[in-house]
Ligand binder design. Structure first.
Ligand SMILES: Cc1cc2nc3c(=O)[nH]c(=O)nc-3n(C[C@H](O)[C@H](O)[C@H](O)COP(=O)(O)OP(=O)(O)OC[C@H]3O[C@@H](n4cnc5c(N)ncnc54)[C@H](O)[C@@H]3O)c2cc1C
Length: 375
């Protein structure tokens, strides 16, 4: 038996690190156990950097809006690290009437949630982002969306949490949670080390499912492999986040000039799981989509591609909860490909849950017990 902590967090991704920071800021003794030898080696440092409210599930929209209003603008100062956050808007592009119908639905859903998003015509879209293909006939425009550098945000939370005394233990794969007198109170690592805490937070991405099974919980989610690419540097072209009605690509231009793009190719569920470089078709499929919308990028060179794994939940929104059947345990997983943009607010919400305070936002949509038999 080794150390005892107020809170043990499992997983040093952006969710775990943000939670560690907000808990350490309250003066709690926090440990983060990370399976790999790296901090942020999961989805958190592999993602596209979108800090998006538009296109969110209605349940997630209040979290995204709270973060953009209250947390993202001050995050660099708070973490004492420039996280390259830009609130320059999100243009979601369309080329056909069917695309505009999809965009109109997104606008309607955004408006219902109180988000400023509207449909704009091709001329206005080109005014915002010159260089769009002639075929673009309209776009959904959300001026308060943006992007940030996921590596810097993830490592920024890690460094800031450490400065406040949080302990990060890498190479520590948690294989089991244990209850003492009905309360989750211990974690066991693959090497047989046991650590105890007043509260355990599971924030281990798709691998949370296996960890949670040791105390009889099951979140219906599965790993989904998605990919990104980064190009050589180029002169500044646009500072918005771009996407399309069909989600065939999304991306932004980073501060030093590289474009970071991701997108779908349709075979994500059948990817060669565990292959960190991704499939052979993703980059070409995403590039075809990009060139169809931004022909000026035809000659730009790709310098790197990579894959990452999503914790895809059955209903596409996360579980953020203290399940009633497991006192002492907080669950944070199932972010389904959009956890980066809401990570700061989720960190604050989890810090409240872990200390059994009332969170600043209603979390009832994210309860563990929402899953019911479908038939
Ligand atoms: C290619 C790609 C593009 C994306 N683009 C966007 C985007 O533009 N905008 C957006 O909002 N979101 C995006 N996402 C989603 C976003 O990255 C994730 O939702 C977010 O990073 C989830 O963070 P996390 O901390 O929960 O998970 P992770 O970053 O995966 O962290 C989980 C950590 O737990 C550790 N772990 C696992 N098992 C154990 C164990 N047994 N013991 C100890 N540690 C363990 C893992 O090693 C990992 O470090 C994208 C994801 C990918 C892959």
């Amino acid at each position: 038996m080794t150390d005892t902590f107020d809170v043990i967090i499992i997983g040093a991704g952006v969710i775990g690190n943000a939670t560690a920071y907000y808990l350490a800021r309250r003066g709690l003794k926090v440990a983060v156990l990370e399976k790999s030898d790296h901090i942020g080696g999961g989805a958190s440092a592999r993602n596209g950097g979108g800090v998006r409210q538009s296109g969110r599930h209605p349940a997630e929209l209040p979290l995204a809006m709270y973060g953009v209003k209250n947390l993202w603008p001050n995050l660099s100062a708070e973490l004492d690290l420039d996280v390259e956050y830009y609130r320059a808007g999100n243009l979601r592009l369309g080329k056909t009437g069917a695309h505009l119908d999809i965009l109109a639905q997104l606008v309607q859903s955004a408006e219902a949630g109180g988000l400023d998003m509207r449909l704009i015509g091709a001329v206005e879209a080109r005014g915002i982002c010159p260089g769009l293909a002639e075929e673009v006939i309209g776009a959904g425009w959300c001026p308060s969306d943006g992007h940030a550098n996921p590596l810097l945000v993830t490592l920024g939370y890690y460094r800031a949490a450490r400065r406040l005394g949080a302990r990060f233990i890498s190479g520590a794969e948690v294989v089991e949670l244990r209850k003492i007198r009905g309360r989750v109170a211990e974690v066991v690592t693959a090497e047989g080390e046991i650590r105890s805490a007043g509260r355990v937070v599971v924030a281990a991405g798709y691998e949370s499912r296996k960890i949670l099974s040791s105390v009889g919980l099951d979140v219906p989610m599965h790993p989904l492999q998605v990919e990104c690419l980064v190009t050589e540097e180029a002169p500044p072209m646009f500072c918005q986040m771009l996407g399309t009605a069909m989600a065939d690509f999304y991306g932004h231009q980073s501060r030093h000039g590289s474009f970071v793009f991701g997108g779908s190719h349709g075979y994500e569920a059948h990817a060669f799981y565990g292959q960190p470089l991704g499939t052979s078709i993703a980059a070409s499929s995403v590039c075809r989509a990009i060139i169809g919308y931004l022909p000026a990028l035809r000659e730009i060179k790709i310098v790197r591609v990579w894959a990452g794994w999503l914790d895809e939940c059955a209903d596409h929104i996360p579980v953020i909860d203290n399940p009633a059947e497991t006192p002492g345990l907080t669950v944070a997983c199932g972010f389904s490909g959009h956890g980066f943009g809401i990570a700061p607010v989720v960190g604050i919400l989890l810090a409240a849950l872990a200390t059994e305070e009332t969170p600043v936002l209603d979390l009832s949509a994210f309860r563990y017990d929402r899953f019911r038999a479908q038939v």
